[in-house]
Design a protein around this ligand. Structure first.
Ligand code: PAF
Length: 283
């Protein structure tokens, strides 16, 4: 596996691959890799001739400077995992490489970002769309791989690909969980042992919501039940729990469930000063 740090080097490499008919898979990450990332890399290796994995902690998507400062950075350990998983090229630019000057462009994804993460992390999706566009331009992938744990991010990137006519296929993989149900996340590394022991309660709350939705309990009562369940955990602060249409991500509020529409149950919560998100999609 080669490691490249400049966009010019990666562009030269991907241009050569394209000219020689190689199919390129891209796995964009912010590093501190876990099994969920490695499954994306392995899938990209199966479905393409070459795989680019990017590791870049993107400052423009962090609305909280402390969260950016504390985001885990483990470049050597990450690099050691990527080769065996099938990565061909690891792209690790620094901030000046991707942002030689502060970017002025701002994205607005309309109703898609007026809910959940978009409300609680102002500017987050504009930063994600900016960096993902840059990564698409320099790596020119045929396929790009993302995890469903970031459900709203996937919806935003799908819109980005459609609106800007990126000629690539988005491949989305299910959330990978620890044995106790906690969704794998780079941020889990920041939990204390006590926080780590409590964290599976988030998934349990989503499973409770799932059971209620399956019994056709109205959305407002599902919200109340999840809020009450998490209020029993003094170390957890729920930021939001939403019951939404999985396609549009708009909240479901009516007393009736819309027939035949997949439902997304999504939450964000703080535990040990760490912000965690999770979701389940039903139907
Ligand atoms: O999901 C992530 O790790 C990041 O948001 C991404 C897509 C790599 C953009 O920085």
């Amino acid at each position: 596996m080669e490691i490249l740090q400049t966009s010019a080097e990666l562009q030269a490499q991907t241009e050569h691959w394209r000219k020689t008919g190689r199919r390129i898979g891209l796995v964009p990450t912010m590093g501190a890799l876990h099994e969920g990332h490695l499954q994306l890399v392995e899938a990209a290796a199966r479905e393409n001739d070459v795989v680019v994995t990017s590791i870049f902690v993107n400052p423009t998507q962090f609305n909280n400077p402390e969260d950016f400062r504390l985001y885990p950075r483990l470049p050597e350990a990450d690099a050691a995992l990527l080769g065996p998983a099938g990565c061909t090229t690891l792209f690790m630019p620094d901030v000046a490489q991707l942002y030689p000057a502060p970017s002025v462009l701002r994205f607005d994804f309309g109703t898609l970002e007026r809910v959940m993460e978009g409300i609680h992390r102002p500017g987050h999706f504009s930063g994600v769309a900016t960096v993902v566009s840059k990564l698409f331009h320099v790596s020119r992938p045929h396929r790009a791989y993302f995890g469903q744990k970031d459900l709203q991010q996937v919806a935003i990137i799908r819109q980005l690909v459609a609106d800007l006519s990126f000629d690539l296929e988005l491949v989305v993989f299910p959330t990978v969980r620890e044995a106790d149900g906690l969704a794998m996340s780079s941020r889990n590394r920041r939990l204390t042992p006590a926080g780590r022991a409590t964290a599976p309660v988030l998934y349990q709350a989503l499973q409770l919501a799932q059971a209620l939705v399956e019994q056709q309990v109205p959305p407002a009562r599902v919200r109340e039940a999840v809020q009450q369940r998490l209020a029993q955990e003094p170390t957890i602060t729920l930021e939001y729990f939403e019951v939404a249409d999985a396609g549009t991500l708009q909240p479901l509020d009516g007393p009736e469930w819309p027939a035949g529409r997949p439902v997304a149950l999504c939450l964000a919560a703080h535990l040990d000063g760490v912000r965690l998100i999770d979701n389940i999609v039903l139907g």
